[in-house]
Design a protein around this ligand. Structure first.
Ligand code: TRP
Ligand code: SF4
Length: 400
């Protein structure tokens, strides 16, 4: 309905690591040349769990943006901003909270999971319960169609879809909707209007999903519609209301299971990470001492890559050829573990060299980063304001 806009956010709670790069940032970099992208620092989200240590957030905000830039996120292609500098997110969160049933939030799996996992913190707060709804506001305020996230976040996108649907259902009614939709259809021209209405009846009367998709494609291609008419017609296809908020899709990140130095998923809480701009000597030292197949005690023992954390990293960094060399060398005790690790060490250092080069100008002059983010905040705010005008109007808050 809108040009496919991509939005994603990241919580500023410490240095980013290679798991973030391979799981998230590489994907952002790819997306930025294909779509209009907005990437933001989710500082309010970080506060929901770090309300007692906000200094961690303050320390991480600029470093995280530098990490993004180091990874190749390009401020000329994507809009980079900070959540709390677009206060409209908070207004939409508040308005959505009016019509979001408590049960929807209590049922989000991350709510109980995180409370149990972070049991040393008191997370029975209002803000923490509202976390996924704040995320919904982040997404809906930009009418983003695609949200790149990891698997754990999929329930949040599902919730966002439900919230948007409910909002449209409650506030998307206009007294003369039917006539307005018909008028809007006429603007497509006689032939296309008829096609659209035929497809609509096929969907509404026979539940023909394909007809719905076709009808959406017709609207997608129509150039001469105003935003309002487009919203009406999209709403009209599926029912009898305007679609003010757009239901987003989760864009699942493929390689989100980057292995850490111990073979478990790379994660700060397991202390098995390599940070994006980690000191090279440190990288070498930590990779050399990585555990390997525990059954391979002596150099002459044959090993089994499937039980080895190093092998998991070969899946990420090595060519087929190198992998074959490592597997057969391991299984025949033809190579030692240090040898096996060397191509990986080289690959990680090579990757990080690029990160450090890109980051250097920003590390030297933080004003460059501040300016990029200031520009991004301004752009994001303009988009957010447009949606808020529609939302306030739909809810009848535009008193005059
Ligand atoms: N909850 C996300 C995470 O923990 C971060 C986030 C906040 C986000 N708002 C968002 C991601 C909006 C995508 C879209 O990773
Ligand atoms: Fe692991 Fe490689 Fe050693 Fe085999 S040779 S145990 S795959 S590090």
């Amino acid at each position: 309905m809108y040009p496919q806009r991509v939005l994603s956010g990241m919580r500023p709670t410490g240095a980013l690591h290679l798991g973030h790069y391979h799981g998230v940032l590489k994907n952002w970099v790819r997306l930025q040349s294909e779509y209009e992208c907005l990437f933001f620092v989710a500082d309010w989200h970080a506060l929901t769990t770090h309300y007692d240590s906000p200094e961690i957030i303050a320390d991480s905000v600029w470093e995280m943006v530098i990490d993004w830039l180091a990874a190749g996120v390009d401020p000329n292609q994507a809009t980079l901003f900070i959540q709390s500098r677009v206060p409209e997110h908070a207004e939409l969160h508040l308005l959505l909270s009016m019509c979001t049933p408590l049960g929807w939030l209590e049922r989000v799996p991350t709510y109980k999971d995180q409370q149990e996992k972070l049991s040393e913190k008191d997370l029975s707060t209002y803000g923490f319960l509202g976390y996924p709804l704040l995320q919904s506001a982040d997404i809906l305020i930009y009418r983003a169609g695609q949200v790149p996230v990891g698997e754990d976040q999929v329930p949040h996108i599902e919730l966002t879809r439900e919230v948007a649907r409910r909002f449209n259902h409650l506030y998307g009614r206009e007294p003369d909707f039917e006539e307005k939709a018909q008028l809007a259809a006429k603007k497509l021209g006689v032939k296309r209007a008829k096609l659209l209405l035929d497809l609509r009846s096929r969907f509404q009367e026979q539940g023909d999903e394909e007809a719905l998709e076709q009808a959406k494609a017709v609207l997608q291609e129509a150039q001469n519609l105003t935003v309002d008419d487009r919203e009406r017609l999209f709403g009209y296809l599926e029912g009898a209301r305007r679609l003010i908020l757009v239901e987003p899709q989760a864009l699942l990140t493929e390689a989100s299971r980057m292995p850490g130095l111990d073979g478990q998923k790379m994660s700060k809480s397991y202390q098995n990470t390599i940070s994006l701009r980690e000191d090279p000597d440190n990288v070498v030292k930590r990779m050399r001492t990585m555990p390997t197949d525990p059954a391979r005690v002596r150099r002459t023992d044959a090993g089994s890559p499937d039980r080895c954390p190093v092998w998991a990293l070969h899946q990420v960094y090595s060519s087929d050829e190198t992998r074959q060399w490592a597997r057969s060398g391991c299984e025949s005790a033809g190579i030692g573990c240090i040898e096996c690790k060397q191509p990986l060490i080289d690959a990680v250092l090579e990757e990080q060299k690029q990160f450090r080069e890109r980051a250097e100008p920003y590390e030297k002059d933080l004003d460059l980063v501040r300016n990029i983010v200031a520009d991004g905040c301004e752009r994001a705010r303009e988009l957010a304001r447009q949606t808020m005008r529609d939302v306030r109007e739909a809810m009848g808050l535009d008193y005059s």
